[in-house]
Design a binder for this molecule. Structure first.
Ligand code: TXA
Ligand code: MG
Length: 317
């Protein structure tokens, strides 16, 4: 039996050789470690070890029907796990390393823990563009399963402090390499020769995918949860959230954007990349404020704005 995940002392260690060696040792021992990627902090464990993967689900309180993304450092590792068709190869060549996750048929000889796929015949794979996650995969020598490093359903973490606030006492270590740059989880697609199905909008936009693949991008079938984590209520603060706010109403903490000035702004200049990078930190701050409700200015649905609106809708649901 694994020890109670609630009784661990959580060490936050600044990224460097020593911290990396310690993190890799924990991975070898089957313990999850929080580590940054360019999108959000992930909670990583050996994707081939069912006890280690079970420890991720336990620490997060994640339902076991919600599969995990497997992180790799190179194409050889990736091709050993999933069956890449021509389109998947093309997209990987164009966007990896980077914030794109590809859902593909899992190889029979992949050696992954079945808990990673949660019963699906497919596996989600991504090659992250962050030195800490890349170094941890190399140092531990195994593909790492890693969901976002937060309690299931809560706001995603873009800093070591966010991880500590959500998972402190439930994990042994956080590898701290500062705030993440993209701020929003990877785009998830299921590639096919006729078209790409967008399962979760993210930093790689539909327009970028269409341009790179020459194929149409369609939304994952409405009403059906194709990426099981895309549940209606997710990224949820503990307070009610009102969207498309033009000004503050009584009791609200207002998150502004562009010309809408709030208690804090996602981007005063109306820059969507900046807004994405600031989104989860702003929700964390609003949630911790003394206000009883949260309001958020309207964000245009163009470019990465589609992903920002996707997350806001779930935060408000
Ligand atoms: O940017 C990211 O993707 C971050 C960093 C840590 O890499 N990870 C992340 O993981 O956001 P998580 O677990 O919070 O979200 C993974 C999503 C879930 O919605 C899950 O349902 C979906 O990926 N997913 C995983 N495997 C899948 C599969 N085989 N088919 C469809 N969806 C899948
Ligand atoms: Mg998540």
């Amino acid at each position: 039996m694994r020890e109670n995940p609630l009784l661990l002392e959580t060490a936050t260690c600044r990224y460097g050789m020593e911290a990396l060696a310690r993190a890799a040792e924990l991975i070898r021992l089957g313990q999850p470690v929080a580590v940054p990627t360019e999108t959000v902090y992930g909670l990583a464990a050996d994707a081939r070890d069912s006890d280690a993967v079970a420890a991720i689900y336990a620490a997060k309180g994640r339902p076991d029907y919600n599969p995990l993304i497997v992180h790799v450092t190179d194409m050889e590792m990736a091709r050993g796990l999933a069956v890449f068709d021509e389109k998947a190869e093309q997209l990987a060549a164009r966007f990896w390393p980077g914030p794109l996750t590809l859902v593909m048929p899992v190889r029979e000889d992949a050696g992954l823990s079945p808990l990673v796929m949660a019963g699906l015949p497919t596996v989600a794979i991504r090659m992250p563009a962050h030195r800490a996650m890349q170094a941890l995969i190399r140092e531990s020598g195994v593909p790492l399963a890693a969901p976002s490093a937060n309690r299931s359903g809560a706001i995603s973490p873009t800093s070591a402090e966010h991880v500590l606030g959500s998972l402190g006492g439930r994990i042994a270590m956080i590898l701290d390499d500062g705030p993440t740059t993209k701020g929003i989880e990877s785009t998830i697609i299921a590639p096919g020769m006729e078209g790409l199905r967008l399962l979760r909008p993210g930093p790689v936009t539909a327009a970028m995918l269409e341009e790179a693949s020459g194929l149409p991008v369609s939304a994952g079938a409405a009403g059906k949860i194709e990426a099981p984590g895309q549940m209606e209520s997710h990224y949820a603060p503990s307070k009610p959230v009102r969207l498309c706010a033009e000004e503050r109403e009584a009791g609200e903490y207002l998150i502004g954007f562009g010309s809408v000035q709030g208690d804090i702004s996602l981007s005063e200049t109306g820059d969507l990349e900046e807004a994405a990078a600031n989104l989860f930190a702003a929700l964390h701050i609003a949630d911790a404020s003394s206000s009883t409700r949260i309001a958020v200015a309207s964000i245009p649905v163009e470019g990465i704005g589609a992903a920002i609106n996707d997350r806001l809708k779930r935060a408000a649901a």
